[in-house]
Design a protein around this ligand. Structure first.
Ligand SMILES: [Zn+2]
Length: 178
């Protein structure tokens, strides 16, 4: 009873070949494990593609954070208001300087930065006589409050400034990247 000849099937052409064969005599395909990757290049390239997609996805996510301009203030203007402001006047170097201090209250859920304040001044008849613009450098957190002070050179005599009003004209979402 002779020893039966052991065979295996070629992994590429599926011909019966000697079990010890390292290379198929029919199609010349190497039979060891690593050979699999050489006949199926789609597998490593799929891994490469997956890695590339992951890297691009991460870049897009961080890029969005960097370039995102945030919520539009126009849609939230009523949420950021000035409360309890008052004005004072000082003679500085021969000129009159107006100073308005108050608090900014944020009733909304968006934190704001680069807040542009417009300060309007009225005379005794309620007529608008002067205006000043200044930006508040700090951030007002959502449902938060912050004090501000803005100073202007007053061009009119002290008596002309009877009333005042501070209006928030613009602001930028503090979560935006720039
Ligand atoms: Zn073969």
């Amino acid at each position: 009873m002779g020893e039966a000849r052991r065979t295996k099937t070629c992994r590429l052409c599926y011909m019966e070949i000697d079990a010890r064969a390292e290379k198929c005599p029919y199609c010349q395909q190497w039979q060891h494990r690593l050979a699999l990757t050489t006949v199926r290049p789609a597998i490593p390239s799929l891994i490469g593609l997956a890695v590339m997609v992951a890297v691009l996805g991460f870049a897009a996510y961080t890029g969005r954070r960097l370039w995102w301009s945030g919520e539009d203030f126009a849609n939230h203007a009523g949420e950021l208001t000035v409360t309890g402001s008052r004005m004072d006047f000082w003679n500085v170097n021969g000129g009159l300087r107006a100073m308005v201090v108050g608090k900014l209250r944020n009733k909304g859920s968006v934190p704001w930065k680069y807040i542009e304040l417009e300060c309007q001044f009225y005379d005794a008849e309620g007529k608008l006589v002067d205006v000043g613009h200044e930006s508040h450098s700090g951030t007002v957190l959502s449902h938060g409050e912050a004090a501000f002070s803005v100073g202007f050179d007053a061009d009119l005599p002290r008596e002309a400034y009877v009333g005042h009003q501070v209006i928030v004209r613009a602001a930028r979402d503090a979560r935006s990247g720039w």
